[in-house]
Design a protein around this ligand. Structure first.
Ligand SMILES: [Zn+2]
Length: 287
């Protein structure tokens, strides 16, 4: 019997296929299989790193890395300049199924230059959390790492900057310490974690203002520098990394709060770090 829907069903499947393939290209999912009667999608996860998209598996300049502090090359870099016109500002927070992302409401008020970065002015896209740390120094993995994703202001946005090697990432390693007190901005994030335990709820406003300097070490003059990649699919290369030498400290209960979130499969995200990648002859410099 000729079914009335027989002509438009293939069209719907074709459209769905192209939507899913776009998601695959963006790195939101790792593989799409279309069969006549079923569509199988494979969201990327830390449990299936060997199924991440191609460049993650074949790239030669991947991140994170282990930094061997005895093998770094000393180099002089000019100081970083943080041109911040609004120190304290509201923000939004999101569980994307892989990690926690935080963005400022007025990122255009935080412009960073200097530090020997290849471009002139950089603005902050967002910052995200990894537990345990992705970068290790002398094989030591700390409880948490923050990534500040910045792109050169001459580009239209992060995507455009990624296509033109205009993205840099600042890494801040975080320790826990029993005798340190909770900074207000961290408490603000901790308070809102309960609203984003489950992924897929989108961006949620933070209840109080946060200050960027509470997420950075006091000393920004000593850091490791190397060329690597994004640490999540699609693992785009051409990213200049700055891993600050000095760590920051948070109380252990704040770490516990942040690591409560669940992934796309409904299970707790116990860890959110990619294993360290081979250097393949890359040089790590240090100031
Ligand atoms: Zn990250």
């Amino acid at each position: 019997m000729l079914n009335q829907s027989s002509t438009w069903v293939p069209l719907v499947i074709l459209k769905l296929k192209s939507i899913l393939e776009n998601l695959e290209k963006r790195g939101d999912i790792t593989k799409v299989e279309i069969h006549t009667e079923e569509v199988i999608i494979h969201p990327w996860s830390y449990d299936s790193i060997n199924k991440w998209p191609k460049q993650c598996l074949t790239g030669k300049k991947q991140s994170p890395i282990n930094i061997n502090s005895k093998m770094v090359t000393k180099k002089y870099f000019p100081a970083f300049e943080f041109n911040i016109t609004k120190y304290s500002q509201t923000g939004i927070i999101q569980n994307n199924g892989h990690t926690v992302n935080v963005a400022f409401s007025h990122p255009e008020t935080v412009i960073i230059n200097g530090g020997g970065l290849p471009g002139v002015n950089y603005r902050l896209e967002n910052f995200n959390f990894h537990w345990g740390s992705e970068h290790t120094v002398d094989q030591e993995r700390l409880p948490l790492e923050l990534h500040f994703v910045l792109y050169e202001t001459k580009y239209a946005g992060l995507k455009n900057a990624l296509e033109n090697n205009g993205v840099v990432v600042f890494s801040v390693l975080v320790q826990t310490c029993l005798d340190c007190y909770a900074q207000n901005s961290w408490s603000t994030i901790e308070k809102q974690i309960s609203e984003i335990v489950y992924p897929g709820l989108g961006w949620v406003p933070l209840p109080n203002e946060i200050r960027i300097n509470e997420f950075l070490p006091l000393n920004l003059g000593n850091f490791y520098r190397y060329e690597g990649s994004l640490t999540t699919p699609n693992c785009n290369e051409g990213i200049v990394w700055t891993v600050f030498r000095d760590t920051i400290c948070i109380p252990p209960n704040q770490l516990q709060a942040i690591t409560r979130i669940q992934g796309n499969d409904g299970a707790n995200l116990n860890t959110t770090f990619r294993p360290v990648q081979p250097l393949n002859g890359r040089q790590v410099t240090y100031q």
